[in-house]
Design a protein around this ligand. Sequence first.
Ligand code: PGA
Length: 243
Amino acid sequence: MIRTVVTADYEALSAAAADAIAATVERTPDALLLLATGDTPMGAYRVLAERRARGALDTSRLRVAQLDEYAGLAHGDRRSLYGWMERSFLEPLSIAAAGTIRLDASLPPAVACQAYDAAVAAAGGFELAILGLGPNGHLGFNEPPVARDAPTRLVPLTPESIVSNARYWGDEDDVPREALTCGMASMLAARQILLVVSGPHKREILSRTLDEAPSAEVPASWLQDAPGDVVVLADRDARPATP
Ligand code: PGA
């Protein structure tokens, strides 16, 4: 069952997402979070960092797994999604890199994916998955079409994802063509899932995610079948009031 919460704007969305994440951390201090990069969750991460800085949130036992990573990057490449996660979450929230679960693009893909899944299983699975919504409906880099039980794997990026990721790195030519992604099966098994969606450009794909029957063509629509507690947090631009 999906619960949808609509906020007035991005600022309210970020505050609500931070509240939801903080509630999980307070209830389960050593929770394993599956953590998206992308623009949408950045406001929530900033709010959490401010709370921690003023002593209102204890993240000392928190564990984090990365959601996806471009393939074929050299060590230290500016486009590393792990690097983005470090700058936006691990460092501001003072989470030790040693405890994080990585999709290591320097390893052969099958080895990296197997190591990732084994580490997630050993950690007891995800307590909370924090996800953004791709313009093509992807979660992580589970590009359409995708089965609801798709494993953690190497995937080619769709043209839509290449266009949309170009805004992070400058140009379409700067976007790697393949990525490792946490599979649909693992993320849907999270005990809680928080999908954050902002802006009018996400309106149509969010409607297809929530209002149509689940299908491989809209990966996020599989959230309708997730066994855990699923909350979709959207701002009014992404989810206008129905007339
Ligand atoms: P965004 O990315 O939060 O930057 O819009 C979402 C995604 O493509 O998964």
